[in-house]
Ligand binder design. Structure first.
Ligand code: 2IP
Ligand code: CA
Length: 382
């Protein structure tokens, strides 16, 4: 199934391209930023353009994966529903059609006949992405399509994507907000156990060319199954300042994290090592890259599509993502394996998106010892 990984890398690159085009092309960008102003909220269609861009990306991924791996159709899930209502009250199901012209016509019916915007979007969807260096040569993945399911987050950290603040990324440093927090996430899990086995992350806005102004993205991938653990980046080395020893942990949190959690973590952290960043996917990526030791979230505010892809990368590097509540409840500290998040079963007692929430909160980690320290520090405090 290395073919599936290569396809996901390619389709994620295409998705990143659509995300960039929506910000670069004026007619699309205008629709995107209209959402910000409450009064001016787009009256033309019932859902906002941001949601349409998300759905278009999700459906494009679903279309391309289903075309090459028909056994996976029916097991490709995303954050968004593809049913739209247009200004005339008509219900439109957004899909990727056989030709660019057909897709443009379908999108025009949702975009209230804005043919320019519809054509630009359709062109980006049907365009072949630039060839990317995947580094997957010689990789063999012992999986078959009929045992797999997929979670897609077309654009994680949409608020950062729309705000569009441009940050110059500093090597080895976490940058809390900005366009670079927006990520395309595609995660693959085993239908039988729910374990995440393959993940692709594309960061569409990684580097801005100072001369031309165009953005270049960056991609990451990981595979963890049947004794194969392989990742596009290597496991970060222990920090030079010795923070894995006595120097204290570095932790990344949501800016909306509870005060009690922050207070419980301060004694474990080195100075300035309690950090904040936007985007659930970006925070896990910070752990993958070694920019933070752990990401702690006490609320059930992330979903399977946020965590599946980056979770697979963490596993490939020897780490994981656990359910925080389960870890805090288990008597003997942490049983990492039993508490690892799984991706195949909904919470049947919940409704809508909450059926797929990571309800118990989470901790993303690379190093088991550090996970234990965090659980120890939070026990009895929440
Ligand atoms: C969101 C997004 C938010 C995150 C939230 C996710 O996904 O990543 O930034 O909140 O958990 O569900 P926070 O940044 O506070 O961690 P989306 O942007 O796709 O809705
Ligand atoms: Ca998300």
């Amino acid at each position: 199934m290395a073919d599936l990984l290569r396809l996901l890398l390619r389709v994620a690159e295409k998705a990143a391209n659509v995300a960039r085009v929506c910000r670069q092309e004026a007619p699309l960008f205008q629709l995107l930023v209209q959402e910000k102003t409450g009064d001016d909220k787009n009256k033309k269609f019932v859902q906002d353009f941001k949601t349409l861009a998300d759905v278009v990306i999700q459906e494009m991924i679903r279309h391309d994966v289903g075309a090459q791996f028909p056994e996976m159709i029916g097991f490709i899930h995303g954050e968004e529903s593809n049913k739209f209502e247009n200004g005339l009250g008509e219900s439109v199901t957004v899909t990727v059609c056989v030709t660019e012209e057909q897709t443009a016509a379908l999108l025009a019916s949702v975009l209230d006949s804005d043919d320019t915007a519809a054509s630009l979007l359709a062109r980006a969807i049907h365009q072949d992405p630039a060839t990317i260096e995947t580094g997957t040569e010689g990789l063999s993945v012992p999986l078959s399509p009929s045992e797999l399911g997929i979670w897609i987050d077309p654009i994680d950290a949409t608020s950062q994507y729309i705000d569009g603040r441009e940050e110059v990324l500093e090597e080895g440093h976490l940058s809390p907000s900005g366009l670079h927090c927006a990520l395309v996430l595609i995660g693959v899990y085993l239908r039988s156990t729910g374990e995440p086995v393959m993940g692709v992350i594309n960061q569409p806005f990684n580097y801005k060319d100072p001369a031309g102004g165009g953005w270049t993205g960056k991609h990451f991938w990981g595979v963890s199954c049947g004794g194969v653990n392989s990742c596009s980046i290597s496991r970060p080395k222990d920090r030079p300042d010795g923070s894995k020893g006595g120097g204290g942990l570095s932790v990344v949190l949501s800016s909306s994290e509870k005060q009690v959690v922050k207070e419980a973590l301060v004694p474990l952290c080195g100075p300035d090592k309690l950090m904040y960043a936007s985007g659930a996917g970006y925070k896990i990526l910070c752990v993958i890259q070694g920019l933070a030791d752990v990401y702690v979230l006490s609320e059930g505010s992330t979903f399977k599509w946020d965590s599946c892809a980056p979770h697979a990368l963490l596993r490939a590097l020897g780490g994981g993502v656990v359910d925080l509540t389960k870890c805090l409840q288990s008597g003997a500290g942490t049983d990492g394996h039993r508490a690892e998040l799984v991706y195949h079963q909904p919470h049947t007692e919940s409704q809508g998106a909450d059926r797929w929430a990571n309800q118990g909160g989470l901790v993303a980690y690379l190093d088991c010892t550090l996970l234990h320290s965090v659980i120890g520090g939070l026990k009895g405090k929440l």
